[in-house]
Design a protein around this ligand. Structure first.
Ligand code: ZN
Length: 133
């Protein structure tokens, strides 16, 4: 996926992949299913879904699932992450914003309500003063 030269179509495609991943979300408590698709600088895509738990605090969001998969496979450089929650636009929660900031402070965040209605924002717009040790 050549994100630099074809930003808008790549963003749409990444959003679609997030939507496909969403089908695997495990959200029996909230019924709010979310999928994410994380694009590395080299063009690989890692997907993630929200995984809820009877002990609610053990729940993990789709964005962090995708990051944990990628980081655990050795990835360290990221270009964009798309988040799909079906017909509702979902932007990453505060925990995910900080989690993403650790690895990719300049990443693009793609959200939307369908592939023809997407928003592309920088993480800095969503988290202006991320925490870093
Ligand atoms: Zn989150």
């Amino acid at each position: 996926m050549d994100f630099i030269n074809d930003k808008f179509n790549s963003a749409k495609r990444l959003y679609e992949i997030a939507g496909e991943a969403r089908k695997n979300a495990y959200a029996p408590f909230s019924n709010f299913k979310v999928g994410a698709a994380l694009l590395t600088k080299e063009g690989k895509i890692y997907t993630g879904v929200n995984v809820e738990n009877s002990s609610y605090g053990a729940t993990i969001c789709a964005e962090r699932t995708a990051f944990v998969k990628a980081i655990s496979e050795g990835e360290r450089e990221f270009t964009a992450i798309a988040v799909s929650a079906g017909s509702e636009e979902a932007v990453p929660c505060g925990i995910c914003r900080q989690f993403i900031y650790e690895f990719a402070p300049e990443i693009l965040i793609i959200t939307g309500t369908d592939k023809n209605s997407i928003n592309i924002r920088t993480l800095e717009e969503l988290l202006p003063m991320g925490f870093r040790l």
